[in-house]
Design a protein around this ligand. Structure first.
Ligand code: PGA
Length: 249
């Protein structure tokens, strides 16, 4: 049985004050869920958010990190620094790949660094519209997953979460149909089985991301290989996000 994860990626939204306010609204609304709930605020808001959620069932993580432990990398945050305050980290979000030149190699370095520092990384993968139209989706997924997890074994996979986020569905209002998403998720699980064996493949949570909202969470979660959601826009308001967290199959 895989416990669903409903994660909110707040991207570059919300000041510290706004983030705390939203979390205070969210806490009572999701207090009864058995799903894991993780919020990824901007760096400045992370520590205040962690202080705010003490004693609640919400976790807080970071949206990115560098792979080096320390050094002359202006503007960056290291895995050691992340590990001082949280275990949750998003790695290789498509916006990082698209706007900040993250490659499969840097993503792999970050994944390795996350595990070396005892963190729980969520590896984000997904194809562009062009790639989907050229019927390259499964090939892209195989490459991104294989290189992102290069050097990993079953033991290192224990704390890893995968997020499949088709780029054409992020922030566009276009969600993959449940069948389209399931096809890719099943394929990811098959690749995990090839790489790490059946047990790891069955245990690994694979989240779907891309215009998830209260209106489509139930149909997505009804699919066998969809184990949760990574939610951007619809995570910004506590009442909307809590409707996703509290979905009923
Ligand atoms: P969206 O973003 O829900 O706004 O499409 C998802 C994501 O980028 O993680």
């Amino acid at each position: 049985m895989r416990t669903p994860i409903i994660a909110g990626n707040w991207k570059m939204h919300k000041t510290i004050e706004e983030a705390i306010d939203e979390l205070k609204k969210l806490q009572p609304l999701v207090k009864d869920t058995t799903n894991e709930v993780v919020i990824y605020p901007s760096f400045f808001a992370v520590k205040p958010c962690i202080d705010t959620i003490q004693g609640s069932n919400i976790s807080v993580g970071v949206q990115n990190m560098h792979f080096e432990e320390e050094g002359a990398y202006t503007g960056e945050v290291s895995p050691k620094m992340v590990g001082e305050i949280t275990r949750h980290v998003l790695i290789g979000h498509s916006e990082r790949r698209q706007y900040y030149n993250e490659t499969d190699e840097t993503v792999n370095n970050k994944m390795k660094a996350a595990i070396a520092h005892g963190l729980c990384p969520t590896l984000c993968i997904g194809e562009t519209l062009e790639q989907r139209e050229a019927e390259k989706t499964l090939e892209i997924i195989r490459t991104q997953l294989g290189s992102g997890l290069d050097g990993f074994d079953a033991d290192k996979m224990k704390d890893v979460v995968i997020a499949y986020e088709p780029i054409w569905a992020i922030g566009t209002g276009k969600t993959a149909t449940k069948e389209t998403a399931q096809e890719v998720h099943a394929n990811i699980r098959m690749l995990l089985k090839e790489l790490f064996g059946e047990e790891t493949a069955e245990k690994t949570r694979i989240l779907y991301g891309g215009s998830v909202k209260p209106a489509n969470i139930v149909e997505l979660m009804s699919m066998d290989d969809i184990d949760g959601g990574l939610i951007g826009g619809a995570s910004l308001k506590a009442d909307v996000f809590s409707d996703i967290v509290n979905f009923n199959l």
